[in-house]
Design a protein around this ligand. Structure first.
Ligand code: CO8
Length: 373
């Protein structure tokens, strides 16, 4: 079987930061304003008063301390509470492609490649900016890549699912060098007015170069030992925004047209699914969970990752075993496990094994076992 390696990763970090304190201040101003405007209905019992958010709750419940965003003023404006983006002409690079290209350039530089070396681009993320042409083809054009490109979406698991498609394409001989890109402008479909989830997400883009081992020249390479994907239908994380909304005459700004979830249920149901998934994949490769030096896990919730690692190896999680980037980046959907892999792998030695694993909406779980060459 053709040996396949990850030969470079890249990270694009948006220009603006929102701390929990800033977020809570604007959210609570929105709550005060809403409650004042609806005082009579609240008094009459026809409208429920909104409750304020708190920095303490956010940090304790999630581990998130701040997030990066593409635009800040619209999100923090209590009269608006979503980002303010400028529509671009068809001749301009789309926002999603732009941040994807930035991450791609860094990944290509790390892998010692140029766009011309790439013969497939997979843009894999939670929400795509438009229906067509594919963002991947726009990126393919922008970086001067050959071959083919396509978009795919498996929510938080989009990166690991994309990595498996890249590995398979290389093993099948349909590509030699694949760029997997995860641009996540989550701020556009996050519900900033809902205190249950207003703190969860952040914007970012990651890119990964996957290629045949015999063409790889970068100083640091990770052989892909195996990939494993699974899905199981659940409505506990859902967003009904879509192209049929117009024909349904439904309100494009209705609550169900942005991210919503039953966070507690997700937590309880996904922890065992993810732990069993990783354990069975490692077993199929003849490895005990304790043989893995590092778990680069999806970054949705600190306690969730602690539970998963404890189930796997029976000890408390340390940053050496499962690094955390959630505190700085928040949940960046598909990009989270790749950011962890990007930032926390240099210290591992030749022969060390690690697991990149994501989990989320669908439900979906994807894992990629890698070994440093
Ligand atoms: N401030 C203060 N109090 C609050 C707040 C707040 N902001 N929010 C809720 N509370 C209150 C609640 O009302 C509740 O009060 P009470 O006990 O009186 O009813 C109490 O705090 C506890 O609330 P919860 O039970 O909801 O709190 P949890 O401890 O469960 O924490 C979390 C909530 C952090 C959401 C947690 O459940 C969690 O992280 N769950 C896992 C979620 C997860 O992994 N989801 C994956 C989603 S990502 C994904 O799949 C990608 C989707 C596509 C991307 C979309 C981009 C926009």
């Amino acid at each position: 079987m053709t040996a396949v390696v990850i030969s470079g990763t890249g990270l694009y970090q948006p220009p603006f930061t929102i701390t929990n304190a800033e977020l809570v201040e604007s959210f609570n101003a929105y709550v005060d304003q809403f409650n004042a405007e609806h005082a009579a209905e609240i008094e009459a019992g026809t409208v429920t008063a909104l409750a304020p958010s708190s920095v303490e709750f956010i940090e304790k419940a999630s581990g998130i301390k701040q997030r990066y965003v593409m635009e800040k003023s619209g999100i923090l404006d209590p009269k608006r509470m979503y980002p303010r983006f400028q529509e671009r002409s068809d001749d301009q690079l789309s926002m999603l492609a732009e941040i994807g290209v930035e991450a791609a350039k860094k990944a290509l530089a790390a892998a010692g490649k140029t766009g011309a070396d790439v013969d497939a681009v997979i843009c894999s993320c939670s929400n795509l900016q438009r229906a067509y042409p594919a963002i991947a083809i726009e990126i393919q054009n922008a970086i001067g890549a050959k071959g083919f490109g396509y978009d795919m979406n498996v929510a938080c698991s989009a990166a690991t699912f994309g990595l498996e498609q890249a590995v398979n394409a290389i093993r099948a001989g349909s590509a030699k060098c694949v760029l997997v890109i995860n641009p996540e402008i989550t701020s556009g479909h996050q519900e900033w007015k809902d205190r249950d989830c207003h703190f969860i997400f952040g914007d970012v883009a990651t890119a990964t170069v996957v290629e045949r081992a015999d063409t790889a020249t970068s100083a640091e390479q990770w052989e892909v030992l195996g990939t494993k994907l699974a899905t199981q239908f659940s409505n506990n994380i859902r967003n009904n925004f879509g192209y049929l909304n117009r024909s349904e005459d439904s309100d494009p700004k209705a609550r169900d047209k942005t991210f919503r979830q039953e966070g507690r249920k997700v937590f309880k149901e996904v922890v065992p699914i993810a732990a069993a998934h990783i354990e069975s994949q490692l077993a199929a490769l003849g490895l005990e969970p304790t043989a893995a030096r590092r778990f680069w896990l999806h970054q949705a919730n600190l306690a969730m990752n602690q539970f998963i690692v404890r189930k796997l190896i029976g000890t408390d999680v340390t940053p050496e075993i499962a690094p955390l980037i959630l505190d700085e980046f928040a949940n960046t959907s598909s990009a989270g496990s790749i950011i962890a892999f990007h930032k926390y792998r240099a210290d591992l030695a030749k022969g060390d094994v690690g697991v990149i694993c994501s989990f989320g909406a669908g439900y979906s779980v994807g894992s990629v076992v890698v070994r440093k060459r």
